[in-house]
Ligand binder design. Structure first.
Ligand code: NAD
Ligand code: SER
Length: 338
C-alpha cells in the first residue's frame, strides 16, 4: 500500500513535471523553426503549437501541426492561444536581434521586453509549468573579460539588444523568486544553421559566408578577419535548449542566465576552413557598423555552470560544423533551386 502510494506520488510528480502542450513563439525564425520541428518529433506534432507574427515561407511548420499568427506584444491574443491549446510550457523565441536592434531600438525594447513580460505574466496567471527565455552573449559589454567571459561579471552591454537581454534575465529571475515560476534560459552564442537564414544579428556573417561560398565562391565579410566570437552549430543549440528544459529543477543553481559555449574562431579561420572544401573560395573583409557590436562581445565563454548543473557538452567544433554545414546547405540549395 505504502509502495503504491509512493509510486503514485512519483508518477504524479513526473506527470506534472513533464511538458506536454508546448507553445513556441517566434517559431518561423532561425532557431524557432528548427526547435519546433525537434519538439514536434519529441512531443508529438499536435502537442507543439508554432506561432509567429508572420506566416509566410515555412510550409513545413505552418501546415504540419498547429500554427497560429501571434504578436507577442498582444496579451489577449497570447491568452487565447494558450487557453485554446491548453498550453503548459512556452519556448519564447520571438525577438529582435542585435543589428536590427540598433536600427530600431524602440521596437526592440517593445518586442523583447513587453513580449517577455506578457509571456511571464500569462505563465504566472495560468500556473504554467515552465518558460524558456533565451538570452545572448550580447549581455556582455566591452568591460567583460573577453577570454573567457565569466558566468557572472558585471553586465554593461552597449546595444539596445544587449540591454533587453540583461533586463530579460533579471525579469525571469524576478518571476522565479517572487512568484515561483520555473523560468530557464541560456546565453546563446552566434548560431550557425542551414535551414533558416538568420534574422538580423551581428553573427550573421558566419552563416552568410556559407551561402556565398556555395553560390559565388566569394564573400564580402562585414567584420575584420581577426574578429573572434563565440559560435554554436544548430544541432548543439537545439540539444542545449531541450536538455536545459528537461533538466531536474533541483540540480539547477542558475536559471535564466547560463553561459553556453560551442566553439570560437576568427572570421579568417572560418574562411580558411571553408577553403579546405572549396579551394577557389575567396573572402574579403570590409567591416561595417556591426564591427563595433562584435568588438563589444567576448571571444570565448566559460560555460562551467551549464556543464556542472545539467551536464552540457557540445558535439561540434569548427571542422565538424563546416563539413556538415556545406553538405546540408548545398543539398538544400539544390533542392530549393537557390
Ligand atoms: P530570428 O530573428 O531568426 O527569429 C525571431 C522570430 O520572431 C521571427 O520569425 C520573427 O518573425 C518573430 N517575431 C518578431 N517580432 C515578433 C512579434 N512581435 N511577435 C511574434 N513574433 C515576432 O531570431 P532567432 O535567431 O531565431 O532567435 C531566437 C531567440 O534566440 C531570440 O531571443 C534571440 O535573441 C536569441 N538568440 C539568438 C542567437 C542567434 O545567433 N540566432 C544568438 C543569441 C540569442
Ligand atoms: N546572434 C545574435 C546577434 O548577433 C547574438 O545574440 O544578434
Amino acid at each position: 500500500m505504502a509502495y503504491n502510494a509512493a509510486l503514485a506520488e512519483v508518477e504524479e510528480d513526473q506527470l506534472t513535471n513533464t511538458m506536454s502542450r508546448i507553445l513556441v513563439t517566434g517559431a518561423l525564425g532561425q532557431i524557432g523553426s528548427e526547435l519546433t520541428l525537434a519538439l514536434r518529433a519529441r512531443y508529438g506534432a499536435q502537442n507543439v503549437v508554432a506561432a509567429d507574427i508572420r506566416s509566410e515561407g515555412k510550409e513545413d511548420l505552418v501546415n504540419v501541426g498547429p500554427f497560429e499568427r501571434l504578436d507577442v506584444t498582444d496579451m489577449d491574443r497570447i491568452k487565447s492561444v494558450i487557453d485554446q491549446y491548453h498550453v503548459d510550457s512556452i519556448f519564447h523565441m520571438a525577438a529582435i536581434l542585435s543589428a536590427v536592434g540598433e536600427e530600431k531600438p524602440q521596437l526592440t525594447w517593445k518586442v523583447n521586453m513587453e513580449g517577455l513580460l506578457n509571456i511571464l505574466e500569462i505563465a504566472r496567471e495560468r500556473h504554467l509549468l515552465r518558460v524558456f527565455s533565451p538570452s545572448s552573449i550580447a549581455v556582455f559589454g566591452p568591460e567583460t573579460p573577453p577570454d573567457p567571459a565569466p558566468q557572472a561579471p558585471p553586465l554593461h552591454p552597449t546595444t539596445m539588444y544587449g540591454v533587453t537581454k540583461v533586463s530579460g534575465e533579471l525579469l525571469g529571475e524576478y518571476y522565479i523568486h517572487r512568484f515561483g515560476l520555473d523560468v530557464r534560459g541560456v546565453r546563446y552564442p552566434g548560431i550557425i544553421s542551414s535551414a533558416t537564414r538568420p534574422g538580423g544579428g551581428t553573427t550573421d556573417y558566419a552563416v552568410e559566408i556559407f551561402y556565398a561560398a556555395l553560390k559565388n565562391k566569394h564573400y564580402e565579410c562585414f567584420v575584420r578577419e581577426d574578429t573572434v566570437l563565440p559560435m554554436m552549430y544548430m544541432p548543439d543549440c537545439i540539444k542545449a535548449t531541450i536538455e536545459l528544459m528537461e533538466a531536474d529543477h533541483d540540480s539547477l543553481v542558475h536559471h535564466c542566465d547560463f553561459n553556453l559555449a560551442g566553439m570560437s574562431f576568427s572570421a579568417g579561420e572560418l574562411a580558411a576552413e571553408i577553403t579546405k572544401h572549396i579551394p577557389d573560395f575567396t573572402c574579403e573583409f570590409k567591416p561595417d557598423k556591426r564591427q563595433e557590436i562584435a568588438d563589444s562581445w567576448p571571444r570565448t565563454i566559460d560555460d562551467s555552470a551549464a556543464r556542472n548543473e545539467w551536464g552540457w557538452e557540445p558535439s561540434y567544433d569548427l571542422p565538424a560544423m563546416t563539413a556538415d554545414m556545406l553538405s546540408s546547405l548545398s543539398e538544400r540549395m539544390t533542392r530549393a533551386k537557390l
